[in-house]
Write a protein that binds this ligand. Structure first.
Ligand SMILES: Cc1cc2nc3c(=O)[nH]c(=O)nc-3n(C[C@H](O)[C@H](O)[C@H](O)COP(=O)(O)OP(=O)(O)OC[C@H]3O[C@@H](n4cnc5c(N)ncnc54)[C@H](O)[C@@H]3O)c2cc1C
Length: 491
């Protein structure tokens, strides 16, 4: 750690020496389609805007590569001038460790957006700047699909490098489980192809942000099997917390079971005074593939609990993001200037007592007069897991295949100094800790891609010491100077 800090100080000292002339030299090495944006320009300002305005990375210049080789040249340039650099794409990364980047080059991947389906129809090669919706739409147009993140405006690569959850994971596994090979620019500026013959391949599937810039990935793709989906939304009042989650356990998560392969259950808590003037509601989504209406066997027991409202919709796979509030036009795809920290924990099932305890805290936080957190959201994501669990626990750097639920409060607030930041941190950690204690687990399991940033590498990458050892050894081999250590660093 001390070694890395010294390196970092050296980088800081030399940064001021990089002039516009230097960037003109870089421009001469880049392709004609590349761009370099300097501070003060509209293009620069647009490129550095982020989804979460908390502990954000700071860049002095934005390079938008037009080709794979432009990434190579930019990394080599950064190395010559001892500049930090960071790849960005969907700009939804929100882990607070990103704030450790105080200057340097943002390498904005948006132009590496090609999607090429192989002639045999079994794989597609996907550029490092593709967004989730672009991939879904491009594949859908040719009768194909693969696992992507659920939110339309999030990068395809960012989620996958941390494992990657998506609607189709119950069928096929995580986003990264689909990888066949990838082209990666390493810290030293070399471009390599990584596949199952390389030890690095294991690490790229769960801890990938730590090792390189991915210019493209070849991923497995599939014929569309179940285009149709249906969703039932049940809005419950907060007094039903114990009953709703005890029933979810009983229906789907008893004795180590996970969600049925064709079923996804998400829920959100949020304060909506038009539905309940006093307390946050529970919006409970039951999503089923391949049907026009969600099976009554799934919905009836919940209807008997007496929801305030219910709504049934049907459509296709491509409607799911709109139904669950994460399409291009939804709030999570806008850059509002808000801070958006999350405090994630993986769980195997719900503990109704803990759910009640966190609900009551969340209720106070969202409803207290002049609370900064009135727009906060609590997210409970119960994906089907069969495809994830079919792959060996140790097969990739993603450590949490045995868990069933991805849970996180998202404490949206308007930035207003360090005091409110500290209150958010305390509140989020308090609620997460209650869920952790209620889980009976011995280690805190977090999703690196939702992480707040104060967790440890053990929480992001797994508590087995062999995992930490293996990742540390690879870090030493491939990124010895910690140049890819702004996003959930292994060391
Ligand atoms: C609204 C919302 C919905 C989400 N939905 C999902 C979901 O359904 N499934 C899921 O698994 N996660 C989801 N996430 C979490 C998501 O995985 C992370 O936020 C991820 O970091 C976003 O990637 P990005 O490209 O959008 O963001 P960026 O901030 O652009 O990138 C995040 C980090 O990824 C790395 N990176 C990006 N592109 C590359 C590249 N080409 N090569 C190397 N490194 C790269 C960099 O380290 C960068 O700092 C969601 C997040 C939000 C805010």
């Amino acid at each position: 750690m001390h070694h890395l800090q010294l390196k970092f100080a050296a980088l800081l000292a030399s940064a001021a020496a990089v002039s516009c002339q230097n960037y003109a030299q870089l421009a001469r090495k880049l392709s004609s389609t590349a761009h370099i944006y300097q501070p003060g320009s509209d293009a620069f300002n647009a490129a550095v805007l982020r989804w979460s305005n908390f502990s954000t990375p700071v860049a002095n210049v934005v390079v938008v590569p037009g080709t794979e080789n432009d990434v190579v040249e930019t990394v080599k340039f950064a190395n010559v001038h001892s500049l930090p650099f960071l790849a960005t794409n969907g700009v939804h990364g929100s882990i607070s460790t990103l704030g450790k980047m105080t200057h340097g080059i943002e390498i904005h991947m948006s132009q590496l957006s090609s999607i090429a389906v192989a002639q045999n129809g079994l794989t597609a090669t996907i550029g490092g700047g593709v967004l989730s919706k672009n991939l879904t739409d491009a594949l859908w147009a040719v009768g194909k699909q693969t696992v992507t993140g659920t939110c339309e405006c999030v990068g395809y690569m960012g989620p996958g490098l941390g494992g990657g959850h998506g609607w189709l994971q119950g069928r096929y596994g995580l986003i990264s489980d689909q990888y066949v090979s990838m082209n990666v620019v390493l810290a030293n500026g070399s471009l390599i192809t990584v596949d199952q013959r390389s030890e690095l391949f294991w690490a790229m599937k769960g801890a990938g942000h730590n090792f390189g810039i991915v210019t493209s990935i070849t991923s497995k793709i599939y014929d569309i099997q179940h285009p149709n989906y249906a969703m039932e939304t049940l809005i419950f009042s907060g007094d039903k917390v114990e009953a709703v989650y005890a029933l979810a356990n009983q229906q789907w998560l008893t004795d180590g079971a996970s969600m049925p392969v064709d079923l996804i259950n998400w829920s959100y808590w949020y304060f909506d005074p038009t539905t309940d003037a006093e307390k946050p509601v529970i919006a409970f989504y039951i999503i089923q593939e391949g049907v026009q209406t969600v099976d009554a066997a799934h919905t009836n027991p919940f209807l008997q609990l007496g929801p305030i409202t219910t709504q049934a919709v049907s459509g296709t796979y491509r409607d799911l993001a709109g139904w669950t509030g994460i399409s291009l036009s939804s709030t999570p795809c806008q850059k509002t200037g808000n801070a958006n920290p999350r405090f994630p924990i993986y769980l195997k099932s719900y503990n109704s007592t803990a759910q009640r305890e966190v609900y009551d805290i969340f209720c106070t936080a969202t409803t207290a007069p002049s609370s900064p957190f009135s727009n906060a959201l609590f997210m409970f994501e119960g994906y089907s897991q069969q495809g994830v669990k079919a792959i060996g626990q140790d097969a990739t750097a993603f450590a949490y295949r045995a868990d069933n639920l991805l849970v996180a409060p998202l404490l949206t607030y308007t930035p207003n100094g360090t005091l409110v930041d500290a209150i958010a941190s305390k509140l989020g950690n308090t609620m997460r800790n209650i869920l952790f204690l209620g889980s009976g687990e011995s280690s805190l399991n977090t999703y690196v891609n939702y992480a707040y940033g104060d967790e440890t590498p053990v929480a992001w990458y797994g508590s087995d010491s062999w995992r930490q050892d293996r990742l540390c050894a690879l870090k030493e081999d491939f990124d010895p100077r910690g140049q890819f250590s702004f996003y959930a660093p292994i060391v």
